[in-house]
Design a protein around this ligand. Sequence first.
Ligand SMILES: C[S@@+](CC[C@H](N)C(=O)[O-])C[C@H]1O[C@@H](n2cnc3c(N)ncnc32)[C@H](O)[C@@H]1O
Length: 232
Amino acid sequence: MAEERRTRSTEAFFGRRKGKSLRPAQAQVSQELLPRLKLDLTRQAPADLGALFMIPVTSVRLEIGFGGGEHLHHETGRFPDAGFIGVEPFVNGMAKFLSRLHEEPRPNLRLYDDDATQLLDWLPDASLDGIDLFYPDPWPKKRHWKRRFVNPANLDRFARVMKSGARFRFASDIDTYVNWTLLACKAHGAFGWQAQSAPDWHTPYEDWPGTRYEAKALREGRIPAYLTFIRS
Ligand SMILES: C[S@@+](CC[C@H](N)C(=O)[O-])C[C@H]1O[C@@H](n2cnc3c(N)ncnc32)[C@H](O)[C@@H]1O
């Protein structure tokens, strides 16, 4: 099983690791802060994920591919009693977020700077209260659709680590990805879609701060969809 998971996680990552060089101040903040906040996956995960945080937490949520961390910073402040794990393998995104954390730290946050499938495979069964996946890399060309983060193997991972009743939120501005995710979740069977009518999925989540990628999509005239699924 461990071998099978390792193989699948290697196959799953198609994103970019690096952009332009970091500014010296950004590089220094990253060097100082990331080792303190980064999860060490060579150690066994604690049975109670609350043990990962500097303060007591009442629930634990995960954001995958947080980009520059606009939403994650907002959400960690909005829910100071919840613990958050943020994953972002793109060095420049992580550095941007760490600079923000340097100014405004969050005691209820841990980070991971590689493929989220590795983190998912490390987590105990039924340990998460929510997973957020906002504007994942769209892979719009049909021949690349199999690279999308939402796929049967990753939905199996989500189903394993989410508690019953936990929430999976998915936002995208790419119609084919939205349909793809609706179909994949329906086919999987462990995720019930919450929408009653069209306005539900065109309405941003409560107290939604937006993300950098979303702002670009809106500028370019694309309309986002905001899906919410509940783990059965
Ligand atoms: C289009 S960007 C969106 C970023 C951010 N959520 C936003 O809305 O601004 C997608 C992000 O997912 C990250 N990503 C891609 N593959 C990933 C993986 N396997 N695990 C974690 N993050 C991943 C990329 O590095 C990138 O920052």
